[in-house]
Each structure stands twice: as structure tokens, then as C-alpha cells.
Design a protein around this ligand. Structure first.
Ligand code: OMP
Length: 271
């Protein structure tokens, strides 16, 4: 089964487009957890337990784990073990390097950590992306139009009258022979999201930027989904995992996740 098919199945089973970003920061977790042997793992354990029936994926941004040194990497591994197989995992490292190095990145993230999918920066071209594409069951999200203000610095530059991100989108479509490529498009660019979905009608779109970054949920669903109301993976990290800083943090995360899923449901029904 290709990654795209797997995503369709999971979204159908879970009836959800929501991805929770486990971007965990020791300074932001509730005080009472700091007495646990591994506060970050305990935080993740409770968040996963409270939300796994509401999501299609969890995205683990590697920066948050790498920044904690060796212990962070162990926590990353242990967190991955806590995620039920019914849900997809995204290793968000935005990797990209010469082929020989990219091979090592792909081996680490897919074979060792066993992520279902990863984020990849396409700036270095095909040989830097190719090592990630080999296994059709593993997904790759190529950065197309990112959610941050700096996305205008390069991604919107015109080449032969068309923005660079559009070139990335059209090229990714050509490279997608294994049906395992998706694109990252920020929810902060609703107009462009709609145009990109028209170009890639059958590719997954990872859509971050909801919540703290101000992206619009309605457009993320209506413009990001395919014609069946699928293939958009809508990520929220801080707005869910830090919905409360008290002892009720996991319940609060569940409430916020549920609220988002219900809101998304209303937009999905009108696709
Ligand atoms: P919140 O703003 O807290 O929901 O977090 C957003 C998450 O999505 C972070 O892990 C970012 O690194 C990631 N992200 C973006 O915010 N913008 C992008 O354009 C791409 C990503 C990503 O690839 O996930």
C-alpha cells in the first residue's frame, strides 16, 4: 500500500484530518510533571492517551527533541512507541543534503526511528530527495510554501513569470511515481493553498500554521482537501498541547482537539 493510500485509510478510520504536533518544551509543560522521572515523556504519554482517537497523525518536530541532547533522542524513540499503529507519524526534520548524506537521513528516520513520513527541504534538488522516495509506504512532505513570513524571501520569487513554490509543486507531481510525496503548504496562505490543491488533486498536503500562527481553519479544510474531503493533514501544535498549563492539561488538549475536529467536520461536509 502506498503512503497516500495509507493516509486515506487512516483518515477514513479515524474520521479526522487533525495532526497534533508534539513540539514539547520543558519550560512550557505543567509544573507538577517536573517531578516525574522523564517529564517530557510523561507529558507526551498523557497527551497521546487523551487524543489518539481524534487524530490522523502526530508530528514530532525533531528540533524539540534534539535540543534536549541524548535524553531528548531517547524520549523521541519512547514517544514513538506510545503512538498507536492506527495513527501515522511524521518526523519533522526538514532534511535535505547531497544524495550520499540524504541516504543516511532516510535510513535514520525511516529504518531506525520507523517514522511513517518525514518533512524534506527540496532546495538541493532531485538527488537530495530521491533517497527518501524509494519505499512507497513511507511518505515525504516537500516544503512548497511555508507558513512563516520569510516564505516570501525565496519561495515567492518569480521564475519565468511563475513563483518558485509553484515550480516545486509541479516538479513534485512529476517525481511522485511511487505515490508517496506530499507537500507542505502553510494555512497562512489560503489563496495559494486552493491553487496548489488544483494542481495536485491526488497528493497529500501537510498544512501547518493554524492557531498560534493565525492560519484559517475553514480554508485549510475547504481548499486543502481533495474532492473526497481527504488528504489534507491539518497540524496544530502549541494551541492543543498547551491548551492548559495546569493539572488538567491532557483533558484541555482533548477538548481543544475535539473542538477542532468538530469544526473541521462542518467544513468537510460542505466540500
Ligand atoms: P504551531 O504553530 O505551534 O501549531 O506549530 C507549527 C508546527 O509546524 C511546528 O512544528 C513548525 O515547525 C511546523 N511548520 C510550520 O509551522 N510551518 C511550515 O511551513 C512548516 C512546518 C512543518 O513542516 O511542519
Amino acid at each position: 500500500m502506498t503512503f497516500t493510500q495509507k493516509l486515506r485509510e487512516v483518515q477514513l478510520q479515524q474520521n479526522s484530518l487533525l495532526c497534533i504536533g508534539l513540539d514539547v518544551d520543558l519550560e512550557k509543560i505543567p509544573e507538577h510533571l517536573k517531578l516525574s522521572t522523564n517529564p517530557i515523556l510523561e507529558f507526551n504519554r498523557q497527551i497521546i492517551e487523551a487524543t489518539h482517537d481524534l487524530v490522523c497523525a502526530y508530528k514530532l518536530n525533531l528540533a524539540f527533541y534534539e535540543a534536549m541532547g541524548e535524553r531528548g533522542l531517547t524520549t523521541l524513540r519512547e514517544t514513538l512507541r506510545l503512538i498507536p499503529k492506527s495513527v501515522l507519524t511524521i518526523g519533522d526534520g526538514k532534511r535535505g543534503d547531497i544524495g550520499n548524506t540524504a541516504e543516511r537521513y532516510a535510513k535514520s528516520l525511516f529504518d531506525d526511528y520507523d517514522f511513517d513520513s518525514v518533512t524534506v527541504n527540496p532546495y538541493m534538488g532531485f538527488d537530495s530527495v530521491e533517497p527518501f522516495l524509494k519505499n512507497p509506504e513511507k511518505g515525504i512532505f516537500l516544503l512548497a510554501l511555508t507558513s512563516n513570513p520569510g516564505s516570501k524571501d525565496f519561495q515567492r520569487l518569480k521564475i519565468n513569470g511563475k513563483p518558485l513554490y509553484e515550480k516545486v509543486v509541479r516538479t513534485a507531481k512529476k517525481w511522485n511515481t511511487n505515490k508517496n510525496i506530499g507537500l507542505v503548504v502553510g494555512a497562512t496562505h489560503p489563496r495559494e493553498l486552493k491553487a496548489i490543491r488544483k494542481i495536485v488533486s491526488e497528493m497529500p498536503l501537510l498544512i501547518p500554521g493554524i492557531g498560534k500562527q493565525g492560519g484559517d481553519l475553514k480554508s485549510a479544510v475547504r481548499d486543502g482537501c481533495d474532492k473526497n474531503g481527504q488528504l489534507a493533514i491539518i497540524n496544530a501544535s502549541r494551541s492543543i498541547i498547551y491548551a492548559s498549563s495546569g493539572k488538567d492539561f491532557a483533558e484541555a488538549a482533548r477538548r481543544e482537539a475535539k473542538r477542532m475536529v468538530e469544526e473541521m467536520g462542518t467544513y468537510r461536509n460542505s466540500i
